[in-house]
Design a protein around this ligand. Structure first.
Ligand SMILES: [Zn+2]
Length: 129
């Protein structure tokens, strides 16, 4: 269990902490406070997980030994350790979570509009008529 930044009690399970983001924060079972691991930690962890996974596979192929995959397994275990044990939970207010979710929806709409615009500009049907 990890310490809630609101009440200081150890109430956040490791599995919940590892998945706690600004969009989906962990909720304290005691005080109901919301908290998450900073976005940079998740971005860094994703990058390291990719490097560990593909590095181990490349090593296994290069050495022609399954033992290379141990690098992937150990690397991924290290990433999980980094996120759950070495990172701090940041307290967040419910309004901030609502704003982060609204911003995320807006970003998705903008991304969809850009993809739709590219499709209209360069998609099938252009230049054939
Ligand atoms: Zn709490």
């Amino acid at each position: 269990m990890h310490t809630c930044p609101h009440c200081g009690e150890a109430t956040i399970p490791a599995w919940r902490k590892s998945g706690a983001t600004s969009l989906r924060p962990a909720r304290c079972g005691r005080c109901g406070g919301l908290s998450y691991v900073s976005g940079w930690t998740h971005a860094l962890a994703s990058l390291l997980a990719e490097v560990a996974l593909w590095g181990g596979i490349a090593l296994a192929v290069a050495l022609q030994r399954w033992a290379g995959l141990l690098v992937s397994i150990l690397g991924l275990a290290a990433v999980v350790y980094l996120v759950t044990a070495r990172s701090k939970l940041v307290a967040v207010a419910p309004e901030a979570v609502r704003k982060a979710r609204a911003r995320f929806v807006l970003e998705m709409l903008v991304a969809a509009a850009i993809v739709w615009g590219l499709y209209l500009a360069f998609g099938p049907g252009q230049g054939s008529g």
